[in-house]
Write a protein that binds this ligand. Sequence first.
Ligand code: SF4
Ligand code: FES
Length: 256
Amino acid sequence: MTSEGLQISKEESGIIVSPTKTITLRIFRYNPKINNESKFDEFKIPYQRWTTVLDAILEVKKHLDHSIAVRYSCRQASCGSCGMKINGRPALACFTKISELNSDVITIEPMNNFPIIRDLAVGFERMFSTHKKIKPYIINEESEINPGTKEFLQTPEDVEKYIQFSSCIKCGLCNSACPTMATDSSFVGPQALAQAYRYVADNRDKGKDDRLKIIDDSHGIFRCHFAGSCSQVCPKGVDPAMGIQLLRGYLLGFRD
Ligand code: SF4
Ligand code: FES
């Protein structure tokens, strides 16, 4: 399949009007139901300053090849569905503008460190089961909540300790960027560790000891080499690398 053969004209494009530029998309293709071989297909499409990588993929699906498998939902960086590797870097396709990539060719691949289901769609089962394992909810007895108001009041300082970590949308970009995930398929991963910190740092929660036990095993928190790539790729401003360091402080006795 060549870039000459598959192009969208200005007239064909419903969403992208009055295009001024054209981009070549190289999209990873792999369908284990057909065979175990992967390849890249190339497509040329027009784009505008505001066109995202997801818009471009959906244009290709609409006009040139509807068989491309891609997962997405909200199209506004909220659901965490559209993570993929864009020019070698894990990113949300709906949150990445073509015009900001400064490249005439965009290579789009499935995220690393996740099993490929087909084309750009990967399986999230392992990440969600690890997330569940760290007990991502407030553990507290009813008796500790103010019986009059049914509220547990927190100061702004209390909230500040965990609030950035509660922005996680479970997109998996951090796990995809993590070099330890690449070499230890049982590593708990930055996504789950950041969420363990989110609850440990919340003064409404009493599950700290449970969670510290869960993350302190041979594939746990001390496998992290502190590369920091998880924090560099997070689209929501979460800093898993910092959360991991703060969690280690509890295990090493620097915090209580
Ligand atoms: S910490 Fe950031 S990169 Fe990791 S899953 Fe959550 S939102 Fe995505
Ligand atoms: S489609 Fe929901 S985060 Fe991109």
